[in-house]
Design a binder for this molecule. Structure first.
Ligand code: TUI
Length: 315
C-alpha cells in the first residue's frame, strides 16, 4: 500500500498521514511516536524560543530514526531565529502556518529541506508553489487553532486543481472515511491534529483530553475574527468573555491580553475553563484515547472497507 504515493515517496514515509504541528502539545513525544508508527510526526514550534525548539528537535532525533518535521508558526515573535534552528539542525521537512513563508523559502531549499506550507486559499497555494513549495497542505476551517474561512470540502479540490505539486488535505479528518474523502477530492495525504490529541503519547493535560472527549458537533467556537486571526477552540468561560469584549468593541490590545498565555493554561495547567482549548470540529466524533500506532493502523486498515462501501453505493 502507498508504494506509488507521491508524498510517501517525497518524504520517505510509510503512510501518507501527517500529525498537525500543534503548539505546546506537538512535542517530541508525539512527533516521534507518529514517525515511528510510519506517519510524519511534526514538532509544533508555536511561540517556542529557539533554544527550546533545538532541544525538542534533538530529543526527537534521539527517539526516532524516521523522518519528522517542524511546524513554524509565522506569527511567532521568534520566527527568524526558529528558521535558523531548523536550518542548523537540518530538519528534513518543515510545514508553516498562519502566514506566508515566501521569504524563507530560498534558504530552506538551498539545504534540501522540503517546504510544505499550510494554505487556506487557492491564491496563496499558487504563489507558494511558484516560490518552490514541494507540496501544500490545504487546511479547511473545520480545523482547530488558527484557521482560514473555507471548508475542506470546498478548498481541497480547488487547490488540487490549481497546483502541480501533491496536496495534503487537513481539517475535519479523523478516521478512514475522512481519509478516503480527502483522497476522493484529490489529496495525496492527510493531516490530522485533533485525532492525535486523543493519543496516549500526547502530553496534553488530562482535563484537556477529557473536554475533547466530551465535545459534540457544535462544541467549538471561533473567536478573533475582528482581529483578523480567527481561532477555533471549545466554547468555555474564556471564549464567552472574549466574545463579550469583541461585541463591545474592545481594542486589539485588550483582546490579545486576554488571549496571552491561554493555550499553555489549558494544555499544561489543565485550566480548561479559563484557558484556550484549541481543537477541530471533528472532535465531536472522537470517543477514545489510543496509542498513536493504533490510531494510524486503524485508519489505514479501515480504508479498503470504506472504498468498497463507496463502490457498493455506486452499483
Ligand atoms: O497555524 C495553524 N494553526 C495554528 S497556529 C496556532 S498557535 C497560535 N497561538 C495563539 C494564537 C493564534 C495561534 C494554533 N493553531 N494552522 C495553519 C493555518 N494557516 N491555518 C490557516 C493558515 C493561514 C491563514 C492565512 C495561512 C496563510 C494565510 O495567509 C496569509 C497571507 O499572507 O496570505
Amino acid at each position: 500500500m502507498f508504494e506509488n504515493n507521491a508524498i510517501c515517496k517525497l518524504l520517505n514515509i510509510k503512510y501518507p498521514i501527517f500529525q498537525g504541528g500543534m503548539a505546546w502539545i506537538g512535542t517530541a513525544e508525539l512527533a516521534s511516536a507518529v514517525s515511528n508508527a510510519g506517519g510524519l510526526g511534526i514538532i509544533g514550534a508555536g511561540h517556542m524560543p529557539p533554544d527550546v525548539l533545538r532541544a525538542e528537535i534533538q530529543k526527537c532525533k534521539g527517539w526516532t530514526d524516521k523522518p519528522f518535521g517542524v511546524n513554524i508558526m509565522l506569527m511567532s515573535p521568534f520566527v527568524k531565529e526558529v528558521m535558523q534552528v531548523v536550518i542548523d539542525e537540518r530538519v528534513s521537512v518543515i510545514t508553516t502556518g498562519a502566514g506566508n513563508p515566501g521569504e524563507y523559502m530560498p534558504a530552506l531549499k538551498e539545504i534540501g529541506t522540503k517546504v510544505i506550507p499550510v494554505v487556506a486559499s487557492v491564491a496563496l497555494a499558487k504563489r507558494l508553489v511558484r516560490s518552490g513549495a514541494d507540496a501544500v497542505i490545504a487546511e479547511g476551517t473545520e480545523s482547530g487553532g488558527h484557521i482560514g474561512e473555507i471548508t475542506t470540502m470546498a478548498l481541497l479540490p480547488q487547490v488540487v486543481d490549481a497546483v502541480d505539486v501533491p496536496v495534503i488535505g487537513a481539517g475535519g479528518i479523523g478516521d478512514s472515511r475522512g481519509m478516503a474523502a480527502a483522497f476522493a477530492l484529490g489529496a495525496q495525504a492527510i493531516q490530522m491534529g485533533s485525532r492525535f490529541v486523543l493519543s496516549e503519547e500526547c502530553i496534553a493535560h488530562p482535563n484537556y483530553k477529557e473536554l475533547v472527549l466530551k465535545a459534540k458537533d457544535r462544541s467549538t467556537v471561533v473567536t478573533g475574527t475582528t482581529l483578523g486571526h480567527p481561532v477555533r477552540t471549545i466554547g468555555n468561560k474564556l471564549t464567552r468573555k472574549y466574545q463579550e469584549m469583541e461585541a463591545n468593541g474592545a481594542s486589539a490590545e485588550e483582546l490579545e491580553k486576554l488571549g496571552a498565555g491561554s493555550l499553555h493554561r489549558a494544555t499544561h495547567e489543565g485550566d480548561v475553563e479559563n484557558g484556550s482549548v484549541m481543537i477541530g470540529e471533528i472532535s465531536g466524533m472522537l470517543s477514545d484515547i489510543k496509542p498513536v500506532k493504533a490510531i494510524i493502523e486503524d485508519i489505514v486498515n479501515g480504508l479498503p472497507g470504506v472504498i468498497t462501501g463507496i463502490q457498493e453505493t455506486c452499483k
